[in-house]
Design a protein around this ligand. Structure first.
Ligand code: ADP
Ligand code: NA
Length: 328
C-alpha cells in the first residue's frame, strides 16, 4: 500500500493502560488507522528492563493486546503484534547499540529517572540500552510517523539520529521517522501531584483503564486542586484544575475554553463529578469489550499470530538489507 507507515509500541507493564497512555498516544494510534498503514506492538522485550514475574508478564501481554483491540485497533486494517514474536527486533537493536555513544545513552532522562527509582544493583544494562531497542522497533518498519506522548520525544530524536548515522555510514537504508505528539494532551499529570507525569509507578494519582469505573470517578473527585474556586486553565498557577480541564477536553472533544465557559460560576466539585461520569461512561463498555477478547484466548492468539507474520515479513527484509550493508 502507498499509505505512509506508522509504528508505535506500548509496554504491557501492569495489566492496565492508564489515562495518560490513552490521551498522550493511544488515541492517535486509533485515529491514524484511517490514513496510515499502521504497525502497533506490545513491547514485552522492553518490559523486562525492570524485573517481571514470567506468568504476570505473559498475562499482562495478553491484557495489553485485548485492551488495544477494545479501544478500536482493527487487526484487519492494522498490524497488531507482540515484540518478542518477531526476533528481528533484537537482531537490529544490536547493530544500533553499536552505533550509540555511551554518553549519548547516558543523557536519556527516562533512564536517569527510572534508574534513580531502582537500587543500583538492579539497574540493568537493558534499561540503559532500551532506547536503541526502541529505535530498532521503529526503523524495522520503514516508519514515517511515531505517535507517542511528550515523554518519548528524546528517544524519538535518538531514533532519528541513529537512522541518519547508519545511512551516512553504510548507505541509505532507513527512513528517518517523525514524532507525532498531540499538541493538547501530550502530557497528562498525576492527580495527586499535578507537577509529575501520570504514570503507573505513582499508583495513587493514576486512572487505570481496568480500574472499577466507580473507583476511577472517585480518584477524579479526590484530585488535588487549589484553594481558589474559579475553573480556569492556568497550568503555572493552577496545575491540578488545568490537568482536569485537559483530561475533560481530551475525553469529550470539547475545547478547554468551551469548558471554562460552561463551568463559569460552578465549583470544583461540579467539574470533578461530571468528569468522573465521563470517564466511567467510557470505561464501562470498554471493560466489557476487554473481557470478551480475554474470554476467547484462541481468537486472541490467532490475531497476534497473524500480526507477527505480517510484521516479520517486513522486518526480515529490513534486517537482510541492514546486515548486508554492515558486512555480515
Ligand atoms: P508508562 O509511562 O505508564 O509506563 P509507557 O512508557 O508504556 O507507559 O508509555 C506508552 C505511551 O504512553 C508512550 O507513548 C508515552 O509517551 C505515553 N504516555 C505515558 N504516560 C503519559 C502521560 N502521563 N501523558 C501523556 N502521554 C503519556
Ligand atoms: Na513512559
Amino acid at each position: 500500500s502507498k499509505r505512509p507507515r506508522v509504528f508505535s509500541g506500548i509496554q504491557p507493564t501492569s495489566g492496565s493502560f492508564q489515562l495518560g497512555n490513552y490521551l498522550g498516544a493511544l488515541r492517535n494510534w486509533i485515529a491514524l488507522q484511517d490514513t496510515h498503514d499502521a504497525f502497533y506492538c506490545v513491547v514485552d522485550l522492553h518490559s523486562i528492563t525492570i524485573p517481571k514475574e514470567p506468568e504476570e508478564l505473559r498475562e499482562n501481554t495478553r491484557n495489553a493486546a485485548a485492551q488495544l483491540l477494545a479501544l478500536g485497533i482493527d487487526p484487519e486494517r492494522s498490524t497488531l503484534f507482540v515484540q518478542s514474536h518477531v526476533p528481528e527486533h533484537t537482531r537490529l537493536s544490536w547493530v544500533l547499540e553499536c552505533l550509540t555513544g555511551y554518553g549519548e545513552a547516558a543523557r536519556m532522562t527516562q533512564f536517569k529517572d527510572k534508574a534513580a527509582r531502582q537500587e543500583d544493583e538492579h539497574v540493568s544494562v537493558g534499561l540503559f540500552t532500551y532506547p536503541a531497542l526502541m529505535a530498532a522497533d521503529i526503523l524495522l518498519y520503514g516508519t514515517d510517523l511515531v505517535p507517542v506522548g511528550e515523554d518519548q520525544r528524546q528517544h524519538l530524536e535518538l531514533s532519528r539520529n541513529l537512522a541518519q548515522r547508519f545511512n551516512s555510514r553504510f548507505g541509505r537504508t532507513f527512513v528517518v521517522p517523525e514524532a507525532h505528539i498531540p499538541t493538547d494532551t501530550a502530557r497528562i499529570f498525576d492527580l495527586q501531584d499535578p507537577t509529575a507525569k501520570m504514570s503507573k509507578s505513582l499508583p495513587s494519582g493514576v486512572v487505570e483503564f481496568m480500574d472499577d469505573p466507580k473507583r476511577a470517578a472517585k480518584k477524579i473527585r479526590s484530585a488535588v486542586t487549589d484553594n481558589e474556586r474559579d475553573i480556569r486553565y492556568d497550568p503555572e498557577n493552577k496545575p491540578g484544575v488545568s490537568n482536569l480541564l485537559v483530561i475533560y477536553s481530551g475525553m469529550t472533544g470539547r475545547s478547554v475554553s468551551e469548558l471554562e465557559a460552561a463551568y463559569e460560576g460552578s465549583g470544583y466539585g461540579d467539574l470533578k463529578k461530571d468528569l468522573g461520569a465521563v470517564l466511567s461512561d467510557f470505561l464501562t463498555p470498554f471493560q466489557s469489550r476487554v473481557r470478551q477478547y480475554l474470554d476467547d484466548p484462541a481468537e486472541l492468539d490467532k490475531v497476534l499470530r497473524r500480526g507477527a507474520e505480517r510484521a516479520r515479513a517486513v522486518a526480515a527484509e529490513t534486517v537482510r538489507t541492514a546486515y548486508d550493508r554492515v558486512g555480515f
